[in-house]
Design a protein around this ligand. Structure first.
Ligand SMILES: Cc1ncc(COP(=O)(O)O)c(C=O)c1O
Length: 420
């Protein structure tokens, strides 16, 4: 293996786990060395590479959390902010985990706002052993990880962060990376904000995490991963280790540029959202447009937004964006004629539905597909997600209420799978 025998332009470096090339989830040679270098860069006690995105890292993380709780006799409950990515829900289904959801206050379905006080209370009430949050979220909101970490430590609970969008936060000034701010465990997609190939990701175990996590992180990934990791992707992660210093300078420079762009758009009357230094999220209703309209306009100038819906448009920027593109985006947005405000934003709030079945049972249950308008009162079986952020509108096993139905319609779901 591989069948192409190295013939062809891309195939040249596409080897497999042969002698001298090490074994991804039993690393002792070049992969072990590269992962150690990455751990040093990210301040982790152990970093494990993924060639299958953060999705694999999250499945492994949930497995590690569950087995750790079972081995130590802790209450195996995980508290999770409801704006998780779908991979967390499927990880819970595969691992037989039933989290309790935190809905926060004042946010929206894609962006849950948690305070340290509310997490403190939830930990006191439930005795949960771990808290799972998504930070940054898809709209660029950053949780106060230092404060949440302090609260978790007070309760002897672990803090796990889905930092899929935030690898670059290691290089901001000040450093905003979850591991630096007190997270015990962190999963992130190198491919989203670093100059790395699609599919590359890290599972970081912080020095504060119990030794169990570093010792078993390889096995946890192995459980869910392909036995044929792509060496093109591993090489991309290794390549970044050598570029991190230069990239760090680029992150600081780009963050300043994005800060100036943000200020000029705010001055012109655009609503902005989130605190992430390299994500520009507009709420264009105040400027008289929908997010989709702005996305179409930018597309006509060769600029593709990361995400747009009626209420938001998200631009994900990096040091690899050319100044010409930023200048073109700025010129286009500032050149757009302001219209009277387009009415109120209609973004759904996190939906609170009653639980009728465990995630795992609902995922594997017999189901039928019915029109969404007829789904109120039925128990969800499949995954229904805002798309592309892939944040669950409702979680399988929940009984859909009227709010869930209207949020599903907002995200364009005409049919849903419900339990028979
Ligand atoms: C918050 C969040 N977590 C996890 C993932 C999964 O990441 P990946 O696509 O690298 O598997 C995504 C993907 O968009 C995401 O937005």
């Amino acid at each position: 293996m591989p069948g192409h025998k190295g013939r062809g332009y891309i195939a040249r470096d596409d080897v497999t786990e042969i002698e001298g090339a090490d074994v991804l989830y039993r690393p002792e040679g070049i992969i072990a060395e590269s992962e150690k270098n990455a751990a040093r860069i990210f301040g982790a006690a152990r970093t494990v590479f993924s060639c299958e995105g953060s999705s694999l890292g999250i499945r492994a993380l949930v497995y590690l959390l569950k087995t750790y709780a079972l081995r130590t006799g802790k209450n195996p409950l995980i508290l999770a902010a409801r704006n998780v990515h779908s991979s967390f829900v499927s990880a819970c289904g595969l691992n037989g985990v039933s989290p309790e959801w935190l809905y926060g206050e004042g946010g929206n379905l894609l962006s849950v706002r948690l305070t340290a006080e509310s997490v403190d209370q939830a930990l006191s009430r439930t005795g949960a052993f771990a808290v799972f949050i998504t930070s940054p979220d898809y709209l660029g909101h950053l949780c106060d990880i230092s404060a949440l970490s302090e609260v978790c430590k007070k309760h002897g609970a672990l803090l796990a962060v889905d930092n899929a969008h935030g690898s670059y936060l290691r290089f901001t000034d000040p450093c905003l990376h979850p591991v630096a701010l007190g997270a015990d465990l962190c999963v992130e997609s190198a491919h989203k904000t670093l100059p790395c190939l699609t599919g590359t990701a890290y599972l970081h175990v912080a020095p504060s995490a119990p030794a169990f996590f570093a010792e078993n992180a390889d096995f946890a990934c192995y459980l869910f991963a392909s036995t044929s990791p792509s060496y093109l992707l591993l090489a991309s992660l290794d390549d970044f280790n050598g570029k991190a210093k230069t990239y760090a300078e680029g992150v600081k420079r780009t963050a300043e540029r994005v800060g100036r762009l943000r200020a000029s758009l705010a001055d012109a009357g655009y609503g902005l959202y989130g605190e992430e230094p390299l994500k520009l999220t507009l709420r264009p209703a105040s400027y008289g447009y929908t997010g989709n309209e702005i996305a179409d306009l930018l597309r006509s100038k060769g600029i593709e937004a990361e995400y747009a819906d009626r209420d938001f448009i998200v631009l994900l920027l990096s040091p690899c964006n050319r100044e010409e593109s930023l200048a073109e985006a700025e010129k286009t947005l500032l050149g757009l004629k302001k219209r009277t405000a387009a009415g109120k934003e209609s973004v759904p709030s996190p939906v609170v539905c009653g639980k009728a079945a465990e995630i795992r049972d609902a995922l594997y249950a017999p189901w039928e597909e019915i029109p969404t308008e007829e789904a109120e009162g039925r128990v969800l079986s499949g995954l229904v997600l805002s798309c592309p952020p892939a944040v669950p509108v409702a979680v399988c096993g929940e009984r859909l209420n009227a709010d869930a139905v209207s949020a599903l319609l907002y995200y364009g779901y005409r049919t849903v799978k419900v339990m028979l």
